[in-house]
Design a binder for this molecule. Structure first.
Ligand SMILES: Nc1ncnc2c1ncn2[C@@H]1O[C@H](COP(=O)(O)OP(=O)(O)OP(=O)(O)O)[C@@H](O)[C@H]1O
Ligand SMILES: [Mg+2]
Length: 493
């Protein structure tokens, strides 16, 4: 009993550990997915920043290029560009006598991006594999990108990498040579539509990563809170279930003890019944013994003693005592508790019962009809079945006597179907009132007086058949009488 309970608790525990592992796995997976999405989101935002910066640069470059460059007053910061020496009108003098010098797109962009220390953190410049100004020389990453663009494989390239201990997104997009570019670059061999140069943008990732880590920290905190709440709920449910299992188990144990007490009570009642049946069985042989003893006394009185007569008397008396002693053996066997299951034919158990009760049935003019159609053995605790059979036969006898039935008869059928061996005990005592038929298996239900019935017989019979023998017991009113049916499985699973 204890083991079954421990197994139940173990099963429950394993079940909850399983739930915990699976939910932890799902939560970790979902957390990982969220963290990945969040990091992608911030990386995409940085990339978007780089692309926007590129667009601004290109617009500015296009604007400068569309004007064929712009003229500014030459200063220390913006001296005449030595790399534009080949451009005819690089330097001009206004009508007022002021000097102007030409700034081409890359000159303006370089000044804008580098000298203004980048736009909103973005840095960049125009670069090319064919340089006009060595200051625009590409670094290794840019060279790699430019080579890819030159081959026409891709028009843009980006990469998240770290440089000098700082994280960056490097972005580069190819520039295709337009008519307006040729003014300054035609002499380098640039042709219309070439992709020999590009604009490089680098965005420091620190701000993005800081924001990303703080968002990830928030996500982890929320997950952790929900996870802890979930685990607390799981533990609470588990503890509650365990407690309710414990209560249930206690109740089952109490019921089992109650049943055991009832079983003992019913056994005592059956024993009382048996003793009264033995009294019936003994009445006749004792009368016969008394008769032969009287014969001896009469022979002595009449002085007619002879050894032959004495021997006959003694033989008869011995025969009767043998009968008495066999009745006592029957009784002893009857209540001898058998611990081991035995392979037995149901007919034999029934015959054993009838041997004990038949005198009492005979005395009440109750006829017994037997139809045994099953010879199969079944492995059971036979003494328990004896108790059931006796209960049912006694009930039938009580009903037949109470209803004063003429031609009182108990019919016993034992037969089998595919799975079960079936015992039917029928009587012709008018059957059981429909109002009470559903209650007769309840404990302490009886229609008899306190002295003649405890109301436990059928309750105990049901427990024995259904819980101990793993069968089924039922009742029906058939042919003006009650018919109790017991199904016992052939294979005791
Ligand atoms: N064959 C039957 N015919 C009619 N009524 C029956 C029959 N068997 C049982 N009953 C009814 O079912 C009731 C319950 O039977 P049960 O054997 O449980 O208790 P009991 O016979 O009253 O008392 P005991 O504990 O001494 O057996 C009986 O009191 C009786 O009314
Ligand atoms: Mg009874």
């Amino acid at each position: 009993m204890k083991k079954i309970f421990e197994r139940k608790i173990e099963k429950l525990k394993n079940y909850y550990i399983g739930i915990l592992i699976i939910s932890t796995f799902i939560i970790v997976l979902s957390l990982g997915w969220n963290i990945y999405n969040e990091s992608q989101h911030y990386k995409n935002a940085a990339l978007e920043h780089a692309k926007n910066s590129f667009i601004k640069n290109i617009m500015f470059r296009d604007w400068v290029a569309s004007h064929g460059g712009v003229y500014v007053f030459p200063t220390k910061r913006t001296p005449p560009n030595p790399y534009l020496f080949h451009v005819k009108d690089r330097d001009l003098i206004t009508t007022g006598g002021k000097k102007l010098t030409l700034m081409n797109p890359s000159y303006t962009i370089r000044q804008l991006m580098e000298e203004h220390k980048g736009m909103y953190g973005a840095k960049g410049h125009i670069t090319s594999l064919k340089l006009l100004n060595p200051k625009n020389k590409p670094n290794n990453w840019e060279k790699k990108a430019l080579k890819i663009f030159e081959k026409g494989k891709k028009k843009e390239l980006y990469e998240f990498l770290s440089k000098d201990g700082e994280e960056y997104v490097f972005y580069m997009k190819a520039l295709s040579t337009k008519q307006s570019c040729l003014k300054c670059h035609e002499h380098q061999g640039f042709k219309l539509g070439d992709t020999k140069s590009g604009i490089f943008i680098s965005i420091p990732m620190k701000k993005y990563y800081d924001d990303m880590y703080s968002a990830i920290y928030d996500i982890i905190t929320i997950y952790l809170i929900f996870y802890i709440i979930g685990i607390a709920c799981l533990i609470y449910i588990y503890k509650n279930l365990k407690a309710s299992l414990l209560r249930q188990e206690k109740l089952i144990e109490e019921n089992r003890k109650k049943d055991e007490i009832m079983l003992a009570q019913s056994r005592h009642a059956a024993m009382g019944e048996m003793i009264s049946m033995i009294a019936h069985q003994w009445r006749q042989p004792i009368a016969v013994i008394a008769m032969w003893a009287n014969n001896i006394v009469a022979d002595v009185d009449m002085d007619e003693m002879n050894s032959k007569n004495f021997k006959d008397y003694a033989d008869n008396i011995v025969n009767q005592t043998k009968h008495l002693s066999s009745t006592i053996d029957d009784f002893r066997n009857f209540f001898k508790p058998n611990k081991e299951k035995e392979n037995i034919v149901l007919k034999d158990i029934m015959e054993e019962c009838l041997a004990v009760v038949n005198k009492s049935l005979e005395n009440n003019n109750i006829q017994v009809e037997k139809n045994y159609k099953s010879q199969n053995k079944i492995k059971i605790h036979s003494r328990e079945l004896v108790q059931v059979y006796i209960n049912l036969i006694k009930n039938a006898k009580d009903a037949l006597i109470e209803n004063n039935i003429k031609n009182a008869k108990i019919t016993i059928n034992i037969y089998e179907d595919n799975d079960n061996i079936i015992t039917e005990i029928r009587d012709n005592a008018k059957g059981i009132d429909e109002d009470i038929i559903l209650k007769i298996f309840e404990p302490y239900f009886t229609t008899k007086s306190v002295q003649s019935g405890t109301g436990l017989g059928l309750y105990i019979s049901k427990i024995i058949v259904e819980k101990h023998l793993h069968g089924i017991i039922g009742v029906d009113n058939i042919n003006n009488g009650a018919c109790f049916t017991i199904l016992l499985p052939k294979e005791n699973k």
